[in-house]
Design a protein around this ligand. Structure first.
Ligand SMILES: NC(=O)c1ccc[n+]([C@@H]2O[C@H](COP(=O)([O-])OP(=O)(O)OC[C@H]3O[C@@H](n4cnc5c(N)ncnc54)[C@H](O)[C@@H]3O)[C@@H](O)[C@H]2O)c1
Length: 355
């Protein structure tokens, strides 16, 4: 039977890249994309993908159980990416995060259980995050998160993802639902909503604005190009062990200050463009992923994430797609930050974030 994958959150950053990736890699597959089109969800992200018998978009909320039930009934598998994803927003108001990330995931799980159990087939791949592990100390570079590290989420976003991650595990253990959990590090690449640090900083610099760097800038993140995460998602969908959790990473640790300097270099600008701003509440110091399990069990490798090439390619995408980010930046999220922060003047108000 031809695979028909339900992708949730397909109009977001990773989702839109994954829709395109699956269409290129598995041209015979069908895709249904359900997305609520929050600020981060953008139909323009898939403007080059026509709706036809291979691809269908449905605007809707993953908490809408009857809708989700009908969609899953038509599908063979689910790649569940839909979520509220911005840590800063979760600090301001955690409620939408519980709604979409926890209740939404449980709605998907219940519908998957009903349909896939009756059919005795069907897999759910869930995008959890490395943030569920909490923070590593800066002075222990030898430490990395493995799949067995305890979950110690430190902000409302990561706590909501950890809750969903554990619900997926519970549906596998309790009901035998065929699930795979992926915990990936920070993604970068095309079509990322410019409230996240790389597109925010690149587009600010292209606009001649300063870049607002949190605290001392020493917080470390592990970076992977979104195409590598897409290939990992497809690998886990096709070959992951049922009930397994896999870390996904590219051994690409950088402090936010190093990242900022690299972006300034690529865009030919100097350190005077950095504005240090008050640190994020509860800002995790360091994330670092050990992806050995995925690399050895499923022979997966990150091949598109090496710096500086991958970062330069990404900067070029934003340079070449100015109308995309200008439209997004002039939209609703500016008002949102104006209301929430009020601490930057018009030229400086955009907030930094490394998730
Ligand atoms: N971006 C990263 O670095 C990263 C790293 C690890 C894991 N993840 C996870 O990957 C997934 C995708 O992340 P992203 O960066 O593409 O996020 P994103 O914010 O760019 O996209 C999320 C999408 O989900 C949609 N959505 C939100 N709530 C919804 C709801 N209730 N019903 C239907 N659609 C809804 C939004 O409209 C948006 O299109 C998330 O689950 C995130 O936690 C992301």
């Amino acid at each position: 039977m031809t695979r028909h994958v339900l992708i949730t959150g397909g109009c977001g950053f990773i989702g839109s890249n994954f829709v395109r990736y699956v269409r290129a890699q598995r041209p015979a597959w069908r895709i249904t994309n359900i997305d609520k089109l929050t600020e981060a969800g953008n139909l323009q992200n898939l403007a080059d993908v026509p709706e036809d018998e291979r691809y269908r978009f449905v605007m809707g909320d993953i908490c809408d159980a009857p809708l989700v039930g009908r969609l899953i009934h038509d599908c063979t598998d689910i790649v569940h990416l839909a979520a509220e994803t911005h840590v800063d927003r979760s600090i301001m108001d955690a409620r939408p995060f519980i709604h979409s990330n926890v209740l939404g995931t449980q709605t998907i799980l219940d519908a998957a259980l009903r349909t896939f159990e009756a059919r005795s087939s069907g897999r759910l791949v869930f995008a959890s995050t490395d943030e569920v592990y909490g923070s590593l100390p800066l002075d222990r570079p030898d430490l990395k998160f493995t799949e067995d590290s305890p979950l110690r989420p430190n902000n409302p976003y990561s706590a909501s993802k950890a809750a969903a991650d554990m619900m997926v595990r519970a549906y596998h253990e309790t009901f035998g639902l065929d699930c795979v959990v992926t915990r990936c590090c920070n993604n970068f690449g095309p079509n990322q909503f410019p409230e996240k640090v790389i597109p925010l900083f690149v587009t600010n610099l292209l606009e001649g604005k300063h870049v607002p760097l949190y605290g001392d800038g020493k917080n470390v993140r592990d970076w992977i190009h979104v195409e590598d995460y897409c290939s990992a998602l497809l690998t886990m969908l096709e070959r992951g062990q049922s009930g397994a959790t896999y870390n996904v990473g590219a051994n690409n640790e950088r402090s936010n200050l190093e990242l900022t300097r690299e972006l300034l270099r690529v865009l030919g600008q100097g350190p005077d463009m950095i504005r240090h701003v008050a640190d994020r509440l509860g800002h995790d110091r360091r994330y670092a992923i050990d992806a050995t399990k995925l690399e050895t069990e499923l022979s997966w490798q990150a091949t598109r994430s090496a710096w500086p090439e991958a970062l330069e390619r990404t900067v070029r995408w934003y340079q070449d797609n100015e109308s995309w980010w200008r439209a997004v930046k002039s939209g609703v999220y500016k008002d949102y930050y104006r209301r929430q922060y009020g601490l930057f003047d018009e030229a400086e108000m955009d907030s930094p974030s490394a998730r």
